[in-house]
Design a protein around this ligand. Structure first.
Ligand SMILES: Cc1ncc(COP(=O)(O)O)c(C=O)c1O
Length: 344
């Protein structure tokens, strides 16, 4: 992707997020697992980077814009709405019924318009959001930023998130969820341009099809916002193909509440899924390893809906069984230090 940017010019507190180190003993080896705490960005997620990057590059290219529209599962919409409010730009965010209550409230609180897209028969939630956002852009003249297909989305990570993360390398592997593929494509492009021994591994639930078909052909609905995606990513086709680890949502929920109870972490649900994928990978290694997880957002977006929405979505029994299985693993994690806190 051919873009470079002066991200240092970003007027918001985005980037230079902390990297927290955990020691974890699995079998005969003790590993280091690092967590890139993207919830520490000003508007609370890794999507702050993408919203600023796409908007600023668009303005740079076309001149000032009055109003923008885009599709989002929630975090990008939250970031874009807050940035637009500060910059005096109108914003329409098209999301799905699965948006978290936290993100919906933030978007509406910033003065942006929130539209919930209804999928047509056979259409994924993600595709419905894209369709409706495009239609609104055509109808009211708002600039459609098109994050799900815009090469500026992966470019934000290739030029900003990845160099920041790898400055604290080397790592044996880097883990993230696929979602709509922006982060993973950006990291893949970065690793292609900077060959290293680091493996790129995506973590997602069984029924996600973002880059590879679901191994079981499952079409069961995804339960955690942006943890995997049922639409093939517009950024698919990366070479070499990334490693893929399937992680069930009941385990992500169980580890989320366990990490919280132990006061070990404040990352969000997809991020905990990613950490579990990394732990699974580490448990298969025959030597001590050092890995990093890109943790997209924070627990504040999920805590108020854990009991009433997320646990019932996977079933109490599956959740309790996952908790029993994961309790010793989480208890064996030791939080060490923040490798880098707000460096600049
Ligand atoms: C909770 C969460 N995890 C992960 C991601 C990463 O998704 P992507 O790489 O498609 O931007 C997002 C993006 O919206 C997200 O909201």
């Amino acid at each position: 992707m051919p873009f470079t940017t002066a991200v240092a010019d970003c007027p918001f507190k985005i980037g230079h997020t902390p990297l927290t180190s955990y020691r974890i003993k699995l079998g005969a080896h003790t590993h280091e697992l690092l967590v890139k705490e993207e919830h520490c960005n000003e508007f609370g997620s890794v999507k702050d980077r993408v919203a600023w990057y796409i908007l600023s590059k668009t303005i740079e290219k076309t001149g000032p814009v009055k109003a923008v529209v885009d599709a989002s599962s929630g975090n990008y919409g939250n970031a874009l709405a807050c940035i637009c409010e500060r910059m005096g730009i109108g914003a329409t965010i098209v999301s799905s019924a699965s948006i978290s209550a936290h993100n919906a409230a933030q978007i509406e609180g910033s003065g942006a318009r929130l539209v919930i897209a209804e999928p047509k028969p056979g259409e994924t939630a993600n595709a419905a959001r894209m369709r409706v956002a495009g239609e609104i852009g055509q109808q009211d003249g708002s600039v459609f930023l098109d994050q799900y297909s815009n090469p500026l989305n992966p470019a934000a990570h290739q030029n900003w998130t990845a160099p920041e993360v790898f400055a604290d390398g080397p790592f044996d592997a880097v883990f993230m969820t696929s979602s709509s593929g922006g982060t993973s494509r950006g990291f893949a492009d970065y690793l292609k341009a900077h060959p290293s021994r680091t493996q790129l591994c995506l973590v997602e639930p069984e029924s996600s099809n973002a880059f590879l078909d679901s191994p079981s052909g499952s079409t069961e609905k995804l339960k955690i916002p942006a943890f995997g995606s049922q639409r093939r990513s517009s950024f698919a086709g990366m070479k070499p193909e990334p490693g893929m680890i399937r992680m069930d949502e009941a385990s992500a929920l169980a580890a989320f509440t366990l990490l919280h109870e132990h006061g070990l972490s404040k990352v969000g649900l997809s991020s905990v899924g990613v950490m579990l994928g990394a732990i699974e990978w580490l448990s298969r290694q025959d030597k001590p390893s050092r890995v990093v997880c890109i943790c997209a957002d924070g627990d504040e977006r999920y805590l108020d809906e854990i009991e009433a929405r997320y646990i019932p979505s996977v079933g109490q029994e599956a959740y309790e069984a996952a908790r029993a299985r994961l309790a010793p693993v989480i208890a064996g994690m030791q939080r060490m230090a923040t490798v880098k806190a707000d460096a600049e």
